[in-house]
Design a protein. Sequence first.
Lengths: 226, 184
Amino acid sequence: MSKVWDTLINIQSLLETEFGRTGTEIFEPGMDRFNQPGWINRVWTSDAYRRAHVDVVDARDTKGLWMMHCCIFPHVHNPAPIYGFDVVAGKNKMTGCFHDFSPAGDHFHPMIEWFGQEVAKLEWRKPRALPDWAQRIFTEHMVAAGNVQDETELDQITQMARTTLAHYLATVGETNNTVTDTTAFQNYYCDNQKQNPHTPRVMASLGLDEEDVRVFIQECLFPEIV
Amino acid sequence: MSLKELTHAAHKDAETQPFVKILFSGKINPKLYATYLKNQHPMYEILEVCAMPHQLLHGLIDIRRAPKILSDFQELWNDETDGDPQILPITEEYIKYILSIKDDPKKLMAHIYVRHMGDLAGGQMIAKRVPGSGKYYQFENPEILKMSIREKINDEMADEAIVCFDFAKRFFQEMMELVEFKDE
């Protein structure tokens, strides 16, 4: 029995449930290649947000690892931030957990300020040096945690995921139609995310095909608007 | 006639298999039950994965069972001391079969009806009688999920639902062979 995996699978269920409740599940062309046993990708859209994506690699049985990526992009006439939540975990500890409301048109958006106040409460959150690509897109509030195995910290991460998701979904639509076009900001975010060298490494370590991972990151994980 | 009535005989045939009695007995060997879960996991996983691109799971809150089945298995199985659990021929056959119908959402939905609706009904009684914490049988809101599944099914799915019940019957039969083998 793994408290870590159970916690994370509950967070996955929460995300899927909330996207099912607030949006419509869509099938993006090309995504079927990345729905296979042990690797699922689901995408939703709604009036409030443009694209919510949950990507889970369940390699508990084969590699003793579980990974989830979740990203919510606002509509391009909305300067609200991009929601990002990423986690990689072994049976007994989360090796990495990253969460941010990243700017996509308004660095001083009220949702970013709210996020900063909310995560400031987390005592275990430690500032860490970020590489250039990450500094360009993440806020100073970004939650980055590693080696999480303490039950209290796990509970706090679950609570954080619940609170920030609820707030994001409840408020993201409030600034719809307040700007003309944030496409360049969202593409900038995706372009920089694609420069994260850890993403392909982690996915390959989970046993996924390298070419699949390359295409996936370029076209499905961080798809730029053309 | 409703889908339930149209599939009644096949349903009955599957649920009266001797292995089902063992599941309900409250005395199933934990390793045997773990082997059952280990075989159920890839069958659910392939079905749920194939259903996703057709948006069949949309609106079915907390429908996904595969991750929970794997959690239950891992709770009961120790790789280091227990070795590899046996994967049954019927499991491999079912995976191939689901892949052969992956482009037919109506057929896939018939399998979701048989499997997931079964977990919401008889599964709830099994939950109290099997080893481990039984996440497989825990749903956020079973009544709403049952209603949502019913909205996605129709009588035309009867033939395929019968195919799924037949797979379930043969799965129980192969599981029973493991019981008999262990008793020898």
